[in-house]
Design a protein around this ligand. Structure first.
Ligand SMILES: [Zn+2]
Ligand SMILES: [Zn+2]
Length: 663
């Protein structure tokens, strides 16, 4: 039987079981095909079924429906909870009624999988008032999806498991125990995680493998696989992503840029748009800020050829019949032959716009939850990334500037609580878009640590003397790193931690933000090729950087901290680095003691830091100004032993009592 929907709008019913097209061939194909091919098959399915209309997704967090609890048989409800010591009210939200029986988090249900257009066995991962987060058994964890109550049925003839088959009952029992424990409840008040499977539909229509389009769906999948394998997903409160609204975009983007990727209602005219809010000065005396020193670039993030502008007639040929329209900026021919909206930025006519809207909207949603005080911090696993997107243009894999859009949304919604925001950008590339958007804003301090090489590294902006303008002068800090001419050496943990310790921490303390956002790119991580990175930051380095920002947020702004995924393209290195950073958010207990291989930054970093201090010292009195300052880190942070003399660890035999498969 169907479960009545608890949402106000009437959702369209899912297809009846008889109309579900399941053939054994199809299933066998899924069971026997390697994951890469399955991904392609899934993409095919999207094309054929237009699945996104089948199940409505939540567009905003609704208050818990009273009737959902009150209609329950209270006795039965109490029996299920047993004589637990915990406050029952806390757990009321954690039960799903299915007619006359109950389903709890961790239980198996039969759930509709939109992408496959049929039913699968699934496990309840979390419950929201009108939507349920389900993990489909036998499918990768990043395909877990929020579905509405109509998506769950008590019986179905054609139900099956995903390509990896049935999952361990013991694992799920263990997950359930944790979820309903005091520890589970406490940990879900600490750190949030927002993502949505729809963002992974954004890909180049050419379906090419890795190096042509580094910003690809597998980035999110690899991070999820890592969190799942390490059984970390259970510690996060899962936040439902929503699409950003056009009004939210218009606070930082121009009307024409928003319209290009976000068809506005036909009666919306330029005159009706809200005034772009970038600063108090802008509010009092609005005029468009002039562009900071940004050299126009004809090269993509990873290098590549110069721009080839395409004739409008050619552009028409790629227009997808299912797309409402193609953006007028679809003018660049990429290396793979497809048209892009920038020389390196792919565009799928069916999915990219939605993915970009969910990416920005998801970040707003988690930031809002943090400001409401329901969470201390959170991580937005989102793509496309945002920090290269300028107020008037998509660029460098980015459509909308997610962080800038979320910062503006929060500042407008909480004008008395959140007056000043610090944005830390540790992606290896300069966040030209974020800098440009807040360049005249004294209430948003942008601090970017990036590879610069005197303007020779993408996006070629981010010089140390780009300090902001008018009211915002002094509130833009570029920790622009150059190799030393004499001793060229890649930057790593020591150099990044030294930049944080000697420059970022004192400046943040002087600024006293009410909230901290991090543009958390992981392309400074070891393993990235020279054209996309070339640095050697380790997962340990990212966890220490995360600890520094956690400690700052704790000291300065009631813990309010949100990290937003930007770059990071080498999958293994990306997954390890992002996981290390996220684990640090969960439990901020890493020690700096004996954590670094070196405490002296390399010569290039020291020279770069000195240049920055010389420029910024007139705005920030807290900086170390002695001309011979060495930017060393505390001696006790140096590792005592190295890999060479470290004693071998006893290899523990894996426990045979419980087969753990994740979650
Ligand atoms: Zn392509
Ligand atoms: Zn980057």
């Amino acid at each position: 039987m169907m479960v009545p929907s608890t949402s106000n709008h009437s959702p369209q019913p899912p297809p009846s079981s008889s109309s579900i097209q399941t053939t054994t061939t199809n299933l066998n194909y899924l069971l026997m095909t390697p994951m890469n091919n399955i991904n392609n098959q899934q993409k095919e399915n999207y094309h054929h079924h237009q699945p996104l209309q089948n199940i409505k997704r939540k567009s905003e967090i609704l208050p818990l429906k009273e009737e959902l609890i009150e209609n329950n048989d209270t006795k039965k409800f109490k029996n299920m909870h047993g004589n637990s010591d915990f406050n029952e009210n806390k757990y009321d939200k954690c039960t799903l009624t299915m007619g006359d029986y109950y389903k709890r988090v961790g239980d198996q249900v039969i759930a509709f999988k939109v992408e496959q257009n049929r039913y699968f066995y699934a496990r309840i991962v979390d419950l929201a008032p009108t939507y349920i987060l389900v993990h489909y058994e036998g499918w990768p964890p990043d395909q877990a999806s929020w579905i509405d109550y109509n998506g769950i049925v008590s019986d179905c003839d054609t139900v099956s498991f995903g390509p990896k088959g049935k999952e361990s009952k013991l694992s799920w029992a263990d997950f359930k125990n944790f979820y309903y424990s005091a520890a589970g409840f406490e940990s879900r008040k600490n750190t949030g995680l927002v993502t949505d499977v729809q963002m992974n539909l954004h890909h180049c229509p050419c379906e090419s493998e890795r190096m042509i389009h580094p910003e690809r769906p597998e980035r999110l999948t690899s991070i999820f696989d890592s969190l799942h394998a390490k059984r970390l997903l259970r510690y996060f409160r899962r936040i439902h992503a929503r699409e950003v609204t056009s009004n939210e975009l218009l606070r930082v983007h121009t009307f024409s840029h928003v319209r290009n990727y976000y068809p506005l209602l036909s009666n919306t005219t330029q005159e009706q748009k809200p005034i772009k809010i970038t600063s108090i000065a802008a509010l009092l005396n609005y005029s468009p800020p002039s562009s900071p020193i940004l050299k126009p670039t004809s090269y993509g993030v990873g290098g590549g050829g110069p721009v080839i502008k395409i004739e409008p007639s050619l552009q028409q040929q790629q227009a997808s019949p299912s797309a409402l329209f193609n953006p007028p900026e679809l003018l660049y021919k990429m290396d793979c032959g497809q048209l892009g909206i920038s020389v390196d930025t792919t565009y799928h006519p069916d999915y990219s716009r939605t993915a970009a809207k969910i990416s920005a909207g998801g970040l707003i949603e988690i930031a809002d939850t943090i400001v409401r005080g329901e969470l201390k911090n959170g991580f937005a696993l989102i793509r496309p990334p945002g920090h290269h997107a300028e107020n008037d243009a998509a660029m460098g894999y980015c459509f909308y500037n997610n962080v800038a859009v979320a910062v503006s949304a929060i500042m407008e919604k909480y004008p008395t609580k959140i007056k000043k925001i610090l944005i830390i950008d540790w992606d290896i590339h300069h966040g030209n878009g974020t800098q440009k958007i807040f360049y005249d804003n004294p209430n948003v301090l942008y601090i970017s640590v990036h590879r610069w090489e005197h303007g020779k590294f993408y996006p070629f902006s981010g010089a140390p003397d780009e300090c902001g303008q008018s009211e915002g002068l002094g509130f833009n800090i570029n920790i622009a790193l150059n190799e030393s001419k004499d001793k060229p050496k890649a930057m790593g943990d020591t150099e990044f931690i030294a930049a944080f310790y000697h420059l970022l921490i004192p400046i943040a303390r002087q600024f006293k933000p009410d909230m901290v956002f991090v543009s958390a790119g992981f392309d400074a991580a070891e393993g990235h090729p020279e054209n996309l990175g070339g640095y050697n930051v380790s997962p340990k380095g990212f966890s220490l950087m995360t600890k520094i920002v956690c400690d700052l947020a704790n000291e300065l702004c009631n813990d309010r901290l949100v990290l937003s995924l930007e770059g990071g393209y080498e999958l293994e290195s990306l997954a390890n680095s992002a996981t290390a950073s996220m684990a640090q958010l969960l439990s901020n207990n890493t020690s700096f003691k004996h954590s670094l291989n070196g405490i002296k930054p390399n010569l290039g970093a020291i020279e770069s830091f000195r240049t920055i201090v010389d420029i910024q010292k007139k705005y920030w009195k807290c900086l170390p100004t002695q001309s011979n300052f060495k930017f060393q880190l505390p001696y006790e942070w140096k590792a005592k032993d190295s890999i060479m003399n470290r004693p071998k660890r006893d290899v523990k035999k894996p426990s045979s009592t419980l087969i753990i498969e994740g979650y």
